[in-house]
Design a protein around this ligand. Structure first.
Ligand code: KIV
Length: 263
């Protein structure tokens, strides 16, 4: 099996097929995700909540991310490792270049950052310098304080239009992938159709080009399960079987179902 890259993921979208992404923060889980043939693995700054026990992702540092990316990178062969740039590590283009270089040196194959139009110069500079970028729009958890909580985004026409405009700007700036989080399913569909690059949804309905979940959530380990999560351990006799069931459900379009969607 060939190692995944922005190019192989684009090809999957162009063939009208779906692909999968899961988070992992350590070698053991990363190895399971890789062996299951999951195309992309996100070392998300969700580790601030899942591993470190914080109430949000804001305390996570670039050094934290680099440590977990190194742990993950040792275990993977084929999956594309995406490393999250944490809160305020890309507030300027200069910071974005420095922080991204640290994550790429740690073993990331792509960096992810949260935000729209204001990031266009940084996305351009990163891609020009050989650092592929994944954007992230919708409920961007690093802005939880600006949103007044973890709330569904893009529900009114003007914010939906803004999300589409931001997505197009990120693609034009050179982004290779886009994550959209907690938006109405109709908007997930619209943004995926509007872009040539693959769109990965979480709480964005079944019509995005790919899905991502926090691994601990889909294994039923979270203390609180958001509406868009399915517990794939139910009916599975091992973690490997749960990951395989997730991959199958994403690829055949049965996950997410209507009950996991916002409208
Ligand atoms: O940090 C993370 O794990 C994420 C995903 C939930 C998309 O950004």
């Amino acid at each position: 099996m060939a190692a995944h890259s922005a190019q192989t993921l684009l090809q999957i979208k162009q063939e009208g097929k779906k692909f999968c992404c899961l988070t992992a923060y350590d070698s053991t889980f990363a190895g399971l995700v890789d062996e299951a043939g999951i195309e992309t693995l996100l070392v998300g700054d969700s580790l601030g909540m899942v591993l470190q026990g914080h109430k949000d992702t804001l305390p996570v540092t670039v050094d934290d991310m680099a440590y977990h990316i190194r742990c993950v990178a040792r275990a993977v062969k084929n999956t594309l490792v995406i490393g999250d740039l944490p809160f305020q590590s890309y507030a300027t283009t200069e910071q974005a270049l420095k922080s991204s270089a640290q994550l790429m040196r740690a073993g990331s194959g792509m960096v992810k950052l949260e935000g729209g139009e204001w990031l266009s110069e940084s996305v351009h500079s990163l891609t020009e310098r050989g650092m592929p970028v994944c954007g992230h729009l919708g409920l961007t958890p690093q802005s939880v304080n600006a949103f007044g909580g973890f709330k569904v985004q893009g529900r009114d026409q003007s914010s939906a239009d803004k999300l589409i405009a931001d997505a197009i700007i990120l693609e034009q700036a050179g982004a290779s992938l886009l994550v959209v989080e907690c938006i109405p399913r109709e908007l997930g569909d619209k943004v995926s159709r509007a872009l040539s690059i693959p769109v990965i949804g979480i709480g964005a309905g079944p019509d995005t080009d790919a899905q991502v979940l926090v691994l601990h959530d889909m294994l039923g380990l979270g203390s609180h399960s958001p509406r868009f999560v399915r517990d794939f351990m139910q009916g599975a006799d091992s973690i490997q079987a749960a990951i395989a069931a997730y991959a199958e459900a994403v690829r055949n379009g049965s996950f997410p179902a209507q009950e996991h969607c916002f409208s």
